[in-house]
Design a protein around this ligand. Structure first.
Ligand code: KIV
Length: 272
């Protein structure tokens, strides 16, 4: 695989240091979810730098209404499917609901995602500073996740934009800095106003990947079935169907990759 866009134009497996260099060079990072070997191979071949085995699989693969029923064994199974065919992209796996309530439980479950699943990094929701610190001390790479937290859906009362009022925006910024200081090497921001996401991205030295967080982040992520228009239910405003104006999944993935690299996605219509 070779691409005109790459900071590191090589076939070597990417690490968080490559993503950091992309942020520093102002090159956008493309990320997409995958849950199986076939999509993983296609996404990887496109040049997309990060594959997220998200617990969104609970909704788009397993058919649940939320991500809450997803178990660690489900995550390990799907992460293993993805890493079997992914040769270059960095693979992040989600720690599902209630699998990181103590530092020891978090480390045990993260180790399973890494050892049995083959993930390079694990992602967890919220400003769980002590948990992140503990994982980092054990040598585990961690991605934070702030803004709309699907594992907190019953507390949030729905899939709503977060950080709209000044107090909440300030807390998001403080949490993001604490997550970085705890040793996380990446952060996902979900459904936050574009201006706030840009501000957080500029303040942080680690890469910030947005979903419904405007075009000011260092990169973008979408749920693969949403961007192919095959998810059931209403398409989220922040997503775009990249398959509708082309005739193959491969070209839809390529158009997604190019749109991110050129800063053509997301537009204001996909932002808050
Ligand atoms: O589970 C997931 O797919 C995610 C993304 C939506 C960021 O966390």
């Amino acid at each position: 695989m070779s691409s005109n866009y790459l900071t590191f134009n090589s076939n070597q497996p990417l690490t968080h240091l490559d993503l950091l260099a992309m942020k520093q060079n102002g090159e956008k990072i493309a990320c997409l979810t995958a849950y199986d070997a076939s999509f993983s191979a296609l996404i990887d071949a496109t040049g997309i730098e990060v594959i997220l085995v998200g617990d969104s699989l609970g909704m788009v693969v397993q058919g649940h209404a939320t991500t809450l029923p997803v178990k660690i064994d489900d995550m390990v199974y799907h992460t293993r499917c993805v890493t079997k065919t992914c040769k270059r992209a960095l693979v992040i796996a989600d720690l599902p609901f209630m699998t990181y309530v103590t530092p020891e439980a978090a480390a045990q479950n993260a180790a399973t995602l890494i050892q049995a699943g083959g993930a390079q990094m694990v992602k967890l929701e919220g400003a769980k500073i002590e948990i992140i610190q503990f994982l980092v001390e054990q040598g585990i790479s961690v991605c934070g996740h702030l803004g709309l937290l699907p594992q907190f859906i019953h507390q949030l009362g729905g899939y709503k934009v977060q950080g709209k009022i000044a107090e909440a925006a300030e807390k998001l910024l403080v949490d993001a800095l604490e997550i970085q200081n705890a040793g996380a090497t990446m952060l996902i921001l979900e459904c936050v106003p574009a201006d706030l996401a840009r501000q957080i991205t500029e303040k942080l030295t680690i890469p910030v990947i947005g979903i419904g967080a405007g075009d000011g982040c260092d990169g973008q992520v979408l749920v693969v079935y949403d961007m192919l228009g095959i998810s059931t239910g209403k398409r989220p405003r922040f997503s775009k169907n990249f398959l509708s104006d082309t005739n193959s999944i491969e070209s839809a993935l390529k158009n997604y990759f190019d749109a991110i690299k050129k800063g053509e996605f997301p537009t204001a219509a996909h932002s808050f």
